[in-house]
Design a protein around this ligand. Structure first.
Ligand SMILES: C[S@@+](CC[C@H](N)C(=O)[O-])C[C@H]1O[C@@H](n2cnc3c(N)ncnc32)[C@H](O)[C@@H]1O
Length: 322
């Protein structure tokens, strides 16, 4: 796990290379071609590794999942413009059934790409991706947890795994809330929650949750910040500070701009990555730690968790320090 010392990849931000890539992506016929290619490669790689990508979509289509939507959807939400753009090669971004039906398979494929030369199964890769984050979180915050909030929970993979990790450390029950802006993702999460482990699946904006202040001991954002322009990320950090109990923990997992692997991605791959992640330039040039300090967090710690990712942990000041 080495870092080059450079703060961000040359293909992100204002560099010449970054501008050339952006021009390619903005050329519509080229973008359409890249999108199709990216999708084919993704599905083929997943299925070659035993992830039942197309089969699970067929099963969702045949289920009665769509009937869950009215009870989950908060019709008063106004979706911000940054969210209503194509993400991950879906024209409707996260706001469609296809994105939700494929999210689990896409998450498993993502973990496989972290350790391409170790012959890991997708299950082992996913477990390792989460456990490296949990190790850092567990060491940072050994105290028991009463209320856990997973912002940007998507179909619930991060919600279940972190809930279970924290729960097996203690006997007192943890009330966990999974929150997301996509009601489609939440419907899949709800359907996967066959044991009713999660207290609430909530359709809301992470920057304006409507949840009570000073309630949650741990709030996490796993693989969410790279999908946000920095102005939205800052607004979410403000909301996290409001929602945390004094001394509570914010735990972020996401791509590491200093990762040598990410910085040295071959041109085809970083072009594809930028074409499916519209806020890459903003994310890779955003100093999250500085923003957290400015907003009022303390004990800010960043740690590499694997060759591509980092964890950032921060604390709301305890009551006695106010
Ligand atoms: C890559 S997924 C996160 C995956 C999940 N946390 C995990 O680790 O498996 C990002 C999620 O963030 C959600 N999201 C993005 N912006 C959001 C916002 N402003 N408020 C709530 N959710 C948001 C998206 O809908 C999407 O489901």
């Amino acid at each position: 796990m080495t870092a080059t010392g450079t703060h961000k990849p040359a293909w992100a931000g204002d560099d010449f290379l970054s501008k050339v890539v952006n021009l390619l992506i903005q050329t519509k016929p080229l973008y359409a071609l890249m999108k199709r290619q990216a999708r084919q490669v993704l599905i083929k790689t997943a299925e070659k590794n035993g992830i039942p990508w197309r089969q699970s979509c067929v099963e969702f289509e045949a289920s009665d999942i769509k009937a869950l939507l009215p009870a989950i959807e908060n019709a008063t939400i106004t979706y911000p413009a940054y969210y209503q753009v194509p993400f991950h090669a879906y024209d409707a971004g996260n706001l469609c059934w296809q994105a939700a039906f494929e999210a689990e398979s896409a998450t498993y494929s993502m973990a496989l790409r972290v350790w391409p030369h170790e012959g890991l199964t997708w299950q082992a890769a996913q477990a390792r991706l989460r456990s490296t984050f949990h190790e850092v979180l567990g060491a940072y915050r050994p105290e028991p947890v009463t209320q856990l909030l997973d912002m940007g929970c998507s179909v619930g993979i991060s919600t279940f795994t972190t809930h279970r990790f924290l729960q097996q450390r203690q006997t007192a029950p943890i009330a966990t809330t999974g929150l997301d802006l996509s009601p489609y993702m939440l419907a899949v999460a709800q359907m996967r929650d066959t044991q009713n482990e999660i207290a609430q699946w909530r359709h809301a904006l992470a920057e304006d949750t409507g949840l009570p202040a000073a309630t949650y001991d741990v709030i996490m954002l796993q693989f969410v910040t790279h999908e946000l322009p920095r102005v939205a990320a800052r607004a979410i950090f403000q909301e996290v500070l409001r929602l945390l109990t004094p001394g509570g923990t914010l735990a972020i997992a996401d791509n590491n701009p200093k990762s040598e692997v990410i910085q040295k991605l071959p041109p085809v791959l970083f072009t594809l990555m930028k074409s499916t992640e519209p806020w890459s330039d903003d994310y890779y040039t955003f100093n999250i730690e500085a923003a957290l300090a400015e907003i009022g967090f303390q004990r800010i710690v960043t740690q590499e968790t694997d060759p591509r990712h980092r964890a950032i942990l921060a604390q709301k000041p305890p009551a006695d320090s106010e």
